[in-house]
Design a binder for this molecule. Structure first.
Ligand code: 5AD
Ligand code: SF4
Length: 433
């Protein structure tokens, strides 16, 4: 009889892909199938995130609930970034946890399952060439990892300590995975890595030197593949070659994530981001010039240690100049083992909250103004998600989420959609062909 696994996935798309990888290994090698109810599961996995502090403190209260209400002999495993950074401490604080599996070790899921109290959190472990079994939560949209780890040293970020050094996955493995994904129904792929446009910097085996542009060109040759998305590129690596390929390759979706973090050059220097306010604005201008329909999203951190009112105003200034289509904004959260943890000039909590509110209000103004002119526009939409209320949703090339009333036959298909009504982040439309 098959066993059941419940996986809760927190954090980013990389974690979502890691969860899919673990599920693929568990179902092929151990005959597990997934369940949405942890009370019914033989194995409970939490795939954690540690980028900000809050999710970490939530982890232990959640583990307590799982332990109390789970089936008697069900196992609990803590995986992902918090597993990497807390390691054994997790079992010390929650002794009923059966194993701890770091973000860089997910290929070992079927090993740790059989070793009670196993702690596998080596951030130098190299799984860049590990052939995971295939599994995707949706066959229509395929996440594909192109690298593991991160070589940057942004002073606020814990990721290099949880995912280790950056290693690119060999080009042939990525292309093979994309071909398999299209055979299983995907017309769109989503490439994942911490710094995708730094692809090819380091391979673990002896592989031909290729860069991100070359990878995009090779993937574009796959006939059945119609659209390519990726996240996250780094503004520092946005050279002209990359922007040109992005703009001219018709299979690349015209949606760019450009994590700004701060609009002030001095703060950016303290964050060790490697670019200035001027470089960022120059890259945006180049991108908009070469690709006028591009939509640009960003990440912003307010109240980094020492950020003055005037420095914060530079972030607002960049926002006004760029008018981002999507903004993920955060208050700075000190993380262990990062440089900024020891920086002086902690910003008062009320000031931090006020800055966050100003960022969010300005962004709301920008999207409301953009949405106001959307009714009547027609977009080619790739449909990927079915809702219980009779709607199917998808995305335009430039990443606008659009819902139409339709049935599941639309999943995995393209259709032209005319926008009929607007809510803040989701537009509704009707199919026009
Ligand atoms: N505090 C607040 N936000 C952070 N991020 C990363 N580390 C921190 C931190 N210590 C944000 C960055 C990054 C996004 C994934 O999370 O904006 O781009
Ligand atoms: Fe963190 Fe910077 Fe790496 Fe992004 S690029 S994951 S912010 S260290």
């Amino acid at each position: 009889m098959s066993k059941k696994v419940f996986i809760e996935t927190l954090g980013c798309a990389m974690n979502e892909r890691d969860s899919e990888h673990m599920l693929a290994e568990l179902s092929k090698k151990e005959a597990y199938e997934s369940t949405n109810d942890f009370r019914d599961a033989d194995l409970i996995l939490i795939n954690t995130c540690s980028v900000r502090e809050k999710p970490v403190s939530k982890l232990f209260s959640e583990l307590g609930v799982f332990n109390k209400k789970k089936k008697n002999d069900a196992k609990i495993g803590v995986c992902g970034c918090t597993a990497s950074h807390l390691g054994e401490e997790i079992i010390k604080r929650a002794p009923y946890v059966n194993f701890v599996l770091g973000a860089r070790n997910v290929s070992k899921i079927t090993e740790v399952l059989h070793k009670d109290k196993a702690v596998e959190v080596d951030i130098n472990y190299d799984e860049s060439e590990f052939a995971f079994n295939d599994f995707r939560s949706s066959p229509y949209k395929a996440f594909i990892n192109i690298s593991i780890g991160c070589d940057k040293a942004c002073t606020f970020c814990i990721v290099p300590k949880t995912r280790g050094d950056e290693i690119s996955i060999p080009l042939n493995l990525i292309v093979d995975e994309a071909i398999r994904a299209t055979k299983n129904g995907a017309k769109e792929i989503f490439l994942l890595g911490q710094n995708v446009n730094n692809y090819g910097r380091r391979f673990s085996g002896n592989h031909e030197k290729v860069n991100f542009t070359k990878l995009l060109q090779e993937l574009s040759k796959i006939d059945a593949l119609k659209r390519i998305r990726f996240t996250s590129p780094h503004p520092f690596h946005m050279d002209d070659e990359f922007i040109t390929e992005f703009s001219n390759n018709p299979k690349i979706c015209k949606s760019m994530h450009m994590p700004l973090q701060s609009g002030n050059t001095k703060v950016l220097k303290e964050m060790k981001r490697g670019y200035s306010k001027e470089w960022f604005l120059n890259r945006v201008a180049k991108l908009k010039e070469m690709c006028p329909d591009v939509s640009i999203s960003t990440d912003i951190i307010v109240a980094f240690p020492g950020e003055s009112d005037a420095e914060f105003e530079d972030t607002m200034d960049v926002m006004r100049q760029v008018e981002f289509d999507q903004v993920f904004s955060f208050k700075y959260s000190p993380r262990p083992e990062t440089e900024a943890e020891h920086f002086s000039g902690v910003v008062d909590a009320d000031i931090a909250s006020a800055r966050l509110t100003r960022v969010q209000e300005l962004h709301t103004q920008h999207i409301d103004a953009k949405n106001a002119s959307q009714v009547g526009n027609v977009y080619s939409v790739y449909f990927e998600e079915l809702f219980n209320d009779g709607f199917v949703s998808g995305r335009s090339d430039n990443n606008i989420v659009i819902k139409v009333k339709a049935s599941e036959e639309l999943l995995g298909e393209f259709a032209d959609v005319k926008i009929t009504s607007i809510a803040r982040t989701v537009l509704t439309g009707e199919i026009v062909n």
